[in-house]
Design a protein around this ligand. Structure first.
Ligand code: MRU
Length: 353
């Protein structure tokens, strides 16, 4: 079984090595990212994508941005530079809160560092923090997988939307983690992957990583999900998340809300799988989540073919918000959160597990 490496630090060449996801599935190309500008571009155009992977990329991106600062600089000067570089990276994409979570965590690590006060020492501290974010993500994915596999019971036919697998995180991903953990335990899953217009993360990325892992995967166009669900072929839907509000309302790839509505209409459980870093407890509900709007060409051009007449407007929101009422449970590394979400999110996330 091949596992594609989403993102890692390459100590040999001192850079971030990551797969260029815009080229999948045709080409598997690993990029060496050496500057913060390259990382900003990679996040913006989705060479690296998926909320947890964006967080990891941002953490290493910030390190790349500060490592060029003179080692001999004083702490104050260095911290001002770091804040400026963090603001720059924060502008890459607006919805996945993991981007801001990782940058805040990095900044906090630098500000609270009590060791040697020169820039070189704080840089080292930031590098260590980025490595820790990556390592913790691996563990979180596995814990989500264990909890999700248990929650699924004997359900083996699942539908997912977009890509919330290993290529969206460091190892197992979130929504696909129960499938990978189950596979290790001998369970045989059948996964329906929505193709996920307009950028086809489901068809290009989910289908690739599942098939590489030897898991039975069938791609469907987004508008086929109702047909597949009414036929009785799906026992559960599992999706990832880009930001979860304090009441459980969940932003995820555009089309997720529709999947949740169809699942509810057919009495199929709809699960969200996400690490605690994807929760934004500063916002009470989903209406406060900033939704990224992307360019016209993603919808109006197919390869080199025009699919929409010139002059016709296009609306291209990249995410939607699924209201908590449609969510059966949220699977986190700290355990499964069931309704009522506001109370339970608070108590499970504040546990030290
Ligand atoms: O625009 P993308 O490809 O970054 O969107 C990704 C998603 O919506 C994922 O489902 C989400 O980030 C969760 S990834 C574990």
């Amino acid at each position: 079984m091949t596992r594609l490496k989403t993102i890692e630090w390459n100590s040999g060449s001192g850079c971030v090595r990551m797969i260029d996801q815009t080229l999948l599935p045709e080409r598997i190309l690993y990029l060496d990212i050496t500057t913060i500008e390259q990382m900003h571009e990679a996040i913006k155009i989705l060479r690296v994508r998926g909320a947890p992977a964006i967080g990891i990329a941002a953490a290493f991106g910030l390190y790349l941005g500060v490592r060029v600062f003179p080692d001999s600089a004083g702490r104050g000067e260095f911290l001002a530079h770091m804040e400026n570089r963090a603001d720059y990276l924060a502008g890459a994409r607006p919805t996945a809160v993991n981007l801001f979570w990782a940058l805040d965590r990095m900044k906090k690590a630098a500000h609270e560092y009590t060791g040697a006060q020169d820039a070189a020492a704080v840089k080292k501290r930031l590098f260590d923090e980025a490595c820790l974010i990556l390592e913790e993500d691996r563990k979180m994915c596995r814990a989500i997988g264990e909890a999700g596999f248990e929650l699924l019971g004997d359900k083996r036919r699942v539908l997912t939307h977009c890509n919330a697998g290993g290529l969206a995180a460091s190892e197992f991903g979130t929504a696909l983690a129960p499938v990978y953990v189950g596979q290790e335990k001998g369970a045989k899953f059948k996964v329906f992957a929505d193709e996920t217009r307009p950028l086809l993360q489901g068809a290009r990325i989910t289908a690739l990583e599942l098939s590489e892992a030897g898991i039975d995967v069938t791609v469907i166009c987004d508008n086929m999900a109702a047909t597949v669900m009414v036929s009785g072929s799906v026992e559960a839907c599992i999706v990832g998340a880009d930001r979860i509000a304090a009441n459980g309302d969940t932003a995820n790839k555009i089309g997720t809300y529709g999947v949740a509505l169809i699942a509810a209409a057919h009495g199929i459980p709809f699960y969200v799988a996400a690490p605690s870093s994807t929760f934004d407890l500063t916002i009470p509900d989903g209406s406060h989540i900033p939704i990224e709007e992307r360019g016209r060409e993603e919808v109006a051009v197919w390869g080199s073919k025009k699919t929409v007449p010139d002059g016709v407007s296009v609306f291209n929101p990249s995410f939607d918000v699924t209201p908590n009422i449609l969510i059966s449970a949220i699977i986190t590394e700290k355990g499964v959160i069931e309704p009522p979400f506001t109370e339970n999110i608070n108590s499970i996330l504040s546990s030290t597990k």
